[in-house]
Design a protein around this ligand. Structure first.
Ligand code: IPE
Ligand code: IPE
Ligand code: MG
Length: 248
């Protein structure tokens, strides 16, 4: 019996965010170069995306490349960019078959031209899909995103478009790359690391965090189901008491 049967389909997280970590360690374990780990991570992306689409999860955000990842050896960075272009091309079938809408967040304009082109094309081709929205966090970091948002708000104030008194949480949220999407309720990080690494700091303010030792290339549908089942066992209190939350 699949673990998916233990999931309450009426209480699914609407938005899941994942930090796909552990590709390098997975490669090392297999006596291979780091890029071999990244290549093998693609099947986990496919499995996770398909599982979310099948379950009826509405949004899935995957951390694919952080602004800090540029500091890795040039050879690895180049290989990752190449893999991104290749994967988008190869996975168009999966996106179409599952009616998945592809989107991206992050400093996309600073990605290599080839990546931008491939990404723009896939986003355009899938824009009418009404199934899962798959959001790739590419050249993304929260501090970059928040800095950009603050610049935008400062400009609006300077031009007299916004009153300082009227700046609200919504003003800030609407200036983030994620302005169109609800906040993730569940954040999963693989590979045993327990940190956020500059990922969706604003958006994850009240998310349930789930850490698993599974390395990303080994992560499969059952691992995702396990995370969702764990999420569904938690009591989300949002500052209230347990008694208050239980009153329906
Ligand atoms: C995650 O795996 C993929 C990216 C950051 C692009 P890592 O490459 O970070 O793998 P480890 O953490 O070195 O094992
Ligand atoms: C976070 O993983 C970024 C992505 C998964 C793309 P890292 O492996 O880069 O994170 P740190 O630097 O170990 O925290
Ligand atoms: Mg890592």
């Amino acid at each position: 019996m699949s673990l998916s049967e233990h999931i309450d389909k009426n209480r699914l997280p609407e938005h899941i965010a994942i930090i796909m970590d552990g590709n390098g360690r997975w490669a090392k374990m297999h006596g291979e170069m780091r890029i071999f780990g990244h290549q093998n991570g693609v099947s986990a992306v496919r499995a996770t995306t398909e599982a979310c689409a099948e379950l009826g999860v509405k949004f899935l955000t995957l951390y694919a490349f952080s602004t800090e990842n540029w500091a890795r050896p040039q050879q690895e960075v180049d290989a990752l960019m190449e893999l991104l272009v290749e994967t988008i091309g190869k996975e168009m079938g999966t996106l179409i078959e599952n009616k998945i809408r592809l989107r991206a967040i992050g400093n996309i304009s600073s990605l290599p031209a080839k990546c931008r082109r491939e990404l723009a094309e896939a986003i355009q081709e899938t824009q009418h899909h009404e199934g899962l929205t798959l959001i790739l966090a590419l050249n993304y970091s929260s501090r970059w995103e928040l800095t950009e948002a603050m610049k935008k708000i400062a400009q609006d104030v300077q031009q007299g478009l916004v009153d300082v008194e009227n700046i609200s949480e919504n003003t800030i949220a609407s200036c983030l790359d994620t302005y169109e999407y609800p906040n993730p309720e569940l954040m999963i990080r693989t590979s045993g690391e327990q940190r956020l690494s500059n990922y969706l700091l604003w958006q994850l303010a009240y998310a349930e965090l789930y850490f698993t030792p599974v390395l990303w290339p080994d992560f499969n549908k059952e691992d995702l189901y396990r995370a969702i089942i764990d999420f569904q066992k938690r009591e989300r209190r949002f500052g209230k008491t347990s008694e208050q939350v239980k009153v329906k």
